[in-house]
Design a protein around this ligand. Structure first.
Ligand code: FAD
Length: 509
């Protein structure tokens, strides 16, 4: 079992204890008809019934307590390993609810988990015994096609955003799985298919509306609360609860040129070298990945090939489709693929291509990463050797080519660190059985460590592991100067560390 610093365990631990509480409608919630005790319910022990009633009177959204029939669904997050029992899930309908929930938690010193899309692998969107401020109903998206701006609620997913923006052939750089939350992804940086032309997701932010730990409702931008705005672009959920993001949009689609060739793992070294040579001089419209995976065990693929290890050359050209097809052609000529799924694709569909392979709640996940300073032949050999010994056919290893617009932004402009690194290797470990937990997680960690010889240090903080290494990922990713600046902003906006279920930056004493 693995334990994170503040939120609880990543395995099936439950909490005991009972105190009869009241539903918002006045009915008993915990003793219930069966007198059954519900894990999590002791978390509100210190809260008098009148205080809870005052809260539910002021709060417009659903207040879901242990024993409620919605509780098990509401406490589940994307990673099926996470099994936690909050004392209360407060499903906010707007800024007023967020402020009410923050005040309630602060005044009663409750552990606070903030839930955007719920995709954080360590399960930071839930907790044991505290309050989940659930933003999933803040999933509105308003597009101004003339101004090329989208305002997006703090609980929206990328599927919500793409749906609205692509109606106008516009997009902002997003993640590559549409069920991922806008909030966590943006606050940690944001890698997607548009990254080399349009930058990280956080680079496209114009402003952010945020409720801070003391209950203030602020807008942070280049001209207001500038340091807070700096910190929110890469510093994660440390500084407050974002209720709205405002993004710049770019003309994209409706179709984009793509390459997706699947090669036998026996050809992986040669294909990887060819992919590396191509990307080193590729135009910024091209964002490419090199993926080591297995043929999925689904009917779309020939039965005899399913679960066979493969190396996948993948790339998207974000500009004109014909120009994109021409620019990407050399990638299609690398080796002799088993499948060639390349061709123009509707951007909105491309954004959902991976969704079926990363379902919420059903599977077990561990995600970690390491920046690479180059992709030498030796580094490729090390990666391919590991790609051949993956501990489960679902484990995916992904080399992201970075640079382009990401590297054009100065390091000091935002709190995201690692702009100068040309590649990131991500290990997206996915498996089914609890019995495999230790084996798969250990394999992933040791793989990452083995690549340190090829790394300048640091990782993408949205592919972080379980938080088991405490401050180390933050300290090795950020420069000392950036880290101290984050501590300054944290100390100013959240001096009591109310928002600590995240890649936590601790405030000064
Ligand atoms: P949550 O678990 O809800 O939140 C993550 C963190 O942000 C938590 O600490 C939470 O408390 C905090 N938070 C959430 N909402 C708010 C808010 N409104 N205000 C303040 N803090 C908040 N990353 C990429 O860059 N590119 C990808 O293509 C990509 N693909 C992914 C695919 C999958 C299947 C998964 C699981 C993850 C992927 N990620 C990707 C990583 C992703 O960016 C992180 O997991 C991110 O934390 C998810 O955000 P979320 O809102 O869904 O998560």
């Amino acid at each position: 079992m693995t334990t994170d610093r503040n939120g609880g365990d990543t395995a099936d631990e439950t909490r005991d204890g009972v105190s009869e509480r009241r539903r918002p409608d006045g009915g008993a919630v915990h003793a219930g008809e069966s007198g059954e005790r519900h894990p999590g319910e002791d978390g509100l022990e210190a809260v008098p019934d009148e205080a809870l009633e005052t809260f539910t009177d002021a709060f417009r959204g659903a207040v879901i307590l242990p024993g409620d029939e919605r509780y098990d669904d509401a406490r589940a997050v994307w990673n099926g390993m996470i099994d936690r029992y909050p004392a209360m899930i407060a499903r906010c309908t707007g800024v007023a609810d967020v402020r009410t929930a923050v005040a309630f938690a602060r005044e009663r010193d409750l552990l606070v988990a903030v839930r955007g899309g719920g995709h954080n692998v360590a399960g930071h969107a839930t907790c044991n015994g505290g309050i989940v401020v659930d933003l999933s109903e803040l999933n509105w998206v308003d597009v101004d096609p003339e101004a090329r701006i989208a305002r997006v609620g703090g609980g929206a997913t990328w599927g919500d955003v793409d749906h609205e923006t692509q109606a106008f052939d516009l997009a902002t750089p997003a993640g590559v799985v549409s069920t991922t939350g806008v909030a966590g992804l943006t606050l940690g940086g944001g890698y997607g298919y548009l990254r080399r032309e349009h930058g990280l997701t956080c680079d496209n932010l114009r402003s952010v509306d945020v409720v801070t730990a003391d209950g203030r409702y602020l807008t942070a931008s280049e001209t207001e609360h500038e340091e807070l705005f700096w910190a929110l672009r890469g510093g994660g959920g440390n500084f407050g609860i974002v209720t709205a993001f405002e993004y710049e949009l770019h003309p994209v689609g409706p179709e984009v040129a793509t390459v997706e060739t699947w090669h036998s793992i026996d050809d992986a070294k040669a294909v990887a070298r060819g992919w590396r040579d191509f990307v080193m001089t590729a135009p910024t419209e091209v964002s490419a990945e090199l993926v080591f995976w297995s043929v999925p065990d689904v009917p779309d693929f020939p039965e005899e090939l399913r679960k066979q290890p493969v190396a996948i050359v993948a790339a998207v050209h974000s500009g004109d489709v014909d120009a994109g097809e021409r620019a990407l052609e050399p990638l299609r000529e690398l080796g002799t693929p088993i499948f060639d799924l390349s061709g123009p694709t509707r951007y909105v569909e491309l954004q959902q291509d991976f969704d079926p392979f990363f379902p919420a709640g059903e599977l077990r996940y561990y995600v970690t990463s390491i920046f690479l300073e180059g992709l030498t032949d030796e580094a490729i050999d090390a990666v391919v050797a590991r790609a051949k010994s993956r501990p489960h056919y679902r484990v995916l290893v992904d080399v992201w080519h970075l640079g382009g617009a990401i590297a054009d932004v100065s390091d000091e402009a935002t709190a995201y660190s690692g702009r100068e690194h040309p590649f990131l290797l991500a290990i997206d470990a996915t498996w089914e059985e609890p019995a495999d937990d230790d084996r798969v997680v250990e394999w992933s960690r040791s793989f990452r460590e083995e690549l340190r010889d090829f790394s300048p240090g640091g990782r993408y903080l949205n592919f972080p592991g379980f938080g088991e290494e405490a401050e180390d990922p933050l300290r090795t990713t950020h420069s000392a100067e950036t880290y101290e600046r984050l501590v300054d902003v944290k100390t100013e906006y959240d001096p009591e560390n109310l928002f600590r279920l995240n890649q936590n930056v601790e405030p000064r004493e």
